[in-house]
Design a protein around this ligand. Structure first.
Ligand code: NAD
Length: 260
């Protein structure tokens, strides 16, 4: 596939997990990638692995100016922006609504919604002008929790529903120049962090237990790795998909066909 040769891609949360797999894949396809992430260590590793294919911006998705910095850097280095991938996210650890104190509930709301929802608003707004110039596209990493209960607690589930709403409204408003779509991974073995305000209310789960639980929840019985999701990103980002906008591709082992 040569669809992505010299394409300029901006991704948030590309230093780990699903984002890292997406970065590796697009770099391998010949794209240049600008990554915004708060993990300095993760960014150093990726730079050491991928060299000139990537430029790394250390920052926070909740700060609009960090996205502006990343978009300017992408345009300065690669002359344009073709794709924006909103991906950085945090988790609530399945914290149960009623067991969390009202103070922690509020702190968790502010932190998780800021990162998962405002982070996507910010990245989309900062990218829109450059994407219009290239008739580019946006892809949001959402989740099975954007459709179903029990993919997280109320904070995570509400944030993932909000991301899908944002994606649909943007697909409507930004047509015909910019396509906006989403990928909805199911439970995946990554380091997805539980936010500090909810840590006292959740149990730490080791990877084996997590893998077992994910397998029993989806019909294909897969404990997914980050690399299992890259197909839909390649498909949606490609100019060969010019008729697709406002869609969510589920990559979740078949959650919609679990049956009664
Ligand atoms: P991950 O922790 O491996 O990767 C998330 C990345 O986002 C990390 O590199 C982290 O440093 C970065 N990040 C977090 N907060 C940030 C901030 N404020 N500013 C900048 N960077 C920040 O987790 P992952 O599972 O790969 O998560 C990626 C996306 O996939 C998230 O949107 C998550 O909700 C979604 N997702 C994950 C799963 C799963 O089971 N792991 C399932 C469905 C969807």
């Amino acid at each position: 596939m040569t669809d992505f040769k010299n394409q300029s891609i901006y991704i948030t949360g590309g230093a780990s997990g699903i984002g890292r797999a997406v970065v590796d894949t697009f770099a391998n396809e010949g794209a240049f990638i600008t990554i915004l992430d708060k993990s300095v260590k993760g960014l150093e590793e990726i730079k050491a692995d991928l060299g000139d294919r990537v430029q790394c911006i250390s920052g926070d998705v909740t700060a609009y100016e960090d996205h502006e910095k990343a978009v300017s850097a992408a345009v300065k280095a690669y002359g344009k922006l073709d794709v924006f991938i909103a991906n950085a996210g945090v988790f609530d650890g399945f914290a149960k609504f009623e067991t969390v104190t009202s103070a922690a509930m509020n702190a968790a709301y502010d932190m998780l919604m800021n990162i998962n929802v405002k982070g996507y608003f910010n990245g989309a707004r900062a990218s829109v002008e450059e994407l219009r110039k290239t008739r580019g596209n946006m892809i949001f990493t959402v989740s099975g929790a954007g459709f179903y209960p029990d993919g997280g607690g109320v904070w995570y589930t509400a944030s993932k529903h909000a991301q899908i709403g944002l994606m649909r409204q943007l697909a409507f408003e930004l047509a015909p120049e910019i396509r906006v779509n989403a990928v909805a991974p199911g439970g995946t073995l990554t380091a997805l962090n539980v936010i500090p305000p909810l840590k006292p209310f959740v149990k730490e789960v080791d990877n084996d237990t997590k893998a077992k639980s994910i397998k029993t929840r989806n019909p294909l019985q897969i404990a997914m790795d980050s690399e299992d999701h890259i197909g839909p990103y390649l498909l949606l980002a490609s100019k060969k998909s010019r008729a697709i906008t406002g869609e969510v591709i589920a990559s979740d082992g078949g959650l919609s066909v679990r049956g009664l």
